[in-house]
Structures are given as C-alpha cells and as structure tokens.
Design a binder for this molecule. Structure first.
Ligand code: PGA
Length: 253
C-alpha cells in the first residue's frame, strides 16, 4: 500500500475518568510509535482533549474531536465550536458519524461542518453509510446523497484535505464486519460519485472503512478493500486490542 495506513481511534464516550484516559493514551502512544507504517489520530471525549494533547510531544499521533458545531459561537448549550476544538489542538473533526446522524445530525449540518473545518485548516473526517441493507442496493443512493451534501461546498482542489469514511450503521458495534470485496465495490462507487460532482480530483478521494474493525479482519480489508485506513471504535478503547490491531496492520501493509 502506498503511504501510511491511517487509524482513527474513536473513543466515543469512553473511558469514564481522565486517569483512565491518560493510561489508555499512554499505551496507544507506545503502540503507535512502534508501528512505523501507521499514523494514528486519537478522538477522545472533548473534555479530555486539551490535557491529552498538551501532554503529548511527538508527531506520530494527531488529535480529533468526535463532533463540533459549525457556528463560531453563540447560544448553543452543550456544544463546542470547531475553533474551540482547534484551540485545544484538534487537527481533525469527525463529521456525520452514524451515531450522530441517528441523533439528528443532517446532511446540511455535515456540509457546514466540513466547510468550516476546512476554512479553519482542520481536516474533516466525513462519515457516510446506510443504516441497513435490504438487498435492493439502496445503499448506493444513500451514500451518493451523503457525499453530495457533505462535499457540496468543497472545491475540487480542497478534496485532498478531506477524509471520507464508509461506515454503515449496521456494521458498527456488530459481531462481523463487512466483506472487503463489498467495500472495494463501494470505494469504486464513492470515487465515481465524487468524480461526477468534482471532476478528476475525485479519483484520489481518501477513503477509510469503519465498523467492527479488529486485528482479525484488518488485514483482509487492507488487502482487498481499497481503503487507506480505518475508523475504529471498540478496539480503540482497549489498549491490548489496539496494540494488536496496529501490529496486524504493520504485518500486512
Ligand atoms: P466499532 O465502532 O469499531 O465499535 O464498530 C466504529 C465507529 O463507530 O466508529
């Protein structure tokens, strides 16, 4: 595979205390430093971000927020802005995660968040994917619509600064992951959608896969899935599993 494999560690609403977060981060830092072919982006709960990023001196790990508001400020109780996230040293922001979409994040929100992130020189990690598969192929139309909306305000030359994750809701927190060949087919489709909307620049769209990624399935996905990396939930909040995951990527990339 050309270039390093990107691993986004989406801790979600874990762990319960900063003490545990610090310990988890320290273990993941060690694992990341040994995995030469991998770049790691840690997305901790926002409340832990500033302290974790302030402790870290290396360049192997970058930080993300799991969500942020597109407005610069104002009456949005409970929200944080992208500028505040950046000020706490987040260089990336996850946009449109399936769990947030199911709590009301709209396509239009994703469009605004992607645009504001780019304007702040942050990298949006735009998540797309259908909620369920019925066998009639409607996942393609869902993904086309989400890509269209999320990338609507992105110029062709700025596409390079966006990461797109295909992460269907039905593979998140599931027992099995997606078949790499299906992922490959989806990656081809996603590039085609973006070529249709943005021209040739769409061919180099950076695509990651998410949904029940672990040390056992990551090798096959790298081999046949046509992806540059992964968005990892459960396996990223267990230091042993995360270490094994990075080792598995190292030995197959
Ligand atoms: P999972 O979560 O790896 O636990 O399936 C992935 C995600 O939702 O980012």
């Amino acid at each position: 595979m050309a270039g390093k494999v990107l691993v986004v560690a989406n801790w979600k609403m874990n762990p319960p205390t900063f003490r545990e977060a610090k310990k988890l981060f320290e273990e993941e830092r060690k694992a990341a430093e040994k995995a030469r072919g991998v770049n790691v982006i840690v997305a901790p709960p926002a409340i832990f971000l500033r302290e974790l990023s302030g402790m870290y001196r290396g360049s192997k790990i970058a930080f993300a927020v799991q969500n942020a508001h597109f407005e610069a400020g104002g009456a949005h109780t409970g929200e944080i802005s992208l500028a505040q996230a950046k000020d706490a040293r987040a260089r990336y922001v996850i946009v449109g995660h399936a769990e947030r979409r199911s709590e009301g994040e709209t396509d239009d929100d994703t469009r605004k968040k992607v645009a504001v992130a780019l304007a702040l020189k942050m990298t949006p990690i735009l998540c797309v994917g259908e909620s369920a598969r019925t066998g009639s192929g409607e996942q393609f139309e869902v993904v086309r619509g989400q890509l269209h909306a999320g990338l609507e305000d992105v110029s062709a030359s700025a596409l390079i600064k966006v990461l797109v994750v295909y992460e269907p809701l039905w593979t998140i927190g599931a027992k099995t992951t997606m078949n790499p060949r299906d992922m490959h087919q989806m990656a081809i489709f996603m590039r085609k959608c973006v070529v249709d909307s943005h021209g040739e620049a769409g061919r180099s769209l950076k695509i990651l896969y998410g949904g029940s990624v672990d040390e056992k399935n990551v090798g096959a996905m790298l081999e046949d899935g046509d992806v540059r990396g992964f968005l990892v939930g459960r396996a990223s909040v267990n230091a042993i599993e995360f270490t094994k995951l990075l080792q598995a990527i190292e030995s197959s990339s």
